[in-house]
Design a protein around this ligand. Sequence first.
Ligand code: ADP
Length: 199
Amino acid sequence: MIRVGLTGGIGSGKSTVARMLANEGFTVVDADQIAREIMEPGSPVLAEVAREFGEELVLADGSLNRAELAHRAFTTADATARLNAITHPAIRAESMRRLDEAEARDEAAAVYDMPLLVDLGLHKAMDLTVVVDVEPEERVRRLVASRGLDEADARARIARQIPDAERNAAADVIINNNGPVEELGPQVEALANRLRSGK
Ligand code: ADP
């Protein structure tokens, strides 16, 4: 099975491409979704986070107080690193387990949708790295329009990620999403055909 790492900077259209590949019939393992699932009530990861950042982060119904965790974990680099040390290995293990399941079902290819794929060096565990690329200023415009971020926040989030040149340098395939969304279709279809043909 071809393991396809799909990534792109925030606002690049990575989720849009992931949806199109799912519509083409490929299994898509969504790292952001797994990140939420591993913190569900009763999970060992949630217990570990509570031990590290405060038991009161677990609300009466067993769920995580996400806003308070964000406040405690994302205000200093050290706290962020401590949170990541708990969550990243768990996200990675569950992601790989789901890719293994796709392989056990004899699928030709499966897609790992992961925003930090290259930032964390996880692309090295993939057979093909696909990067969705868009100029930063266009991403800022799309983030402001679609997610209601203000421009400064959008720029700050982009600045916290790996530089586009480094991400693109890790790519086997670059999907150019600078143009209208209609121009994604043929590029995604070409990728899908390549994956189905096993190359
Ligand atoms: P990501 O997952 O990379 O953060 P999304 O797929 O959520 O990005 O796309 C960000 C926003 O930009 C969404 O609202 C999406 O519909 C929109 N979008 C994606 N591609 C294009 C495009 N080519 N032109 C205009 N808007 C786009």
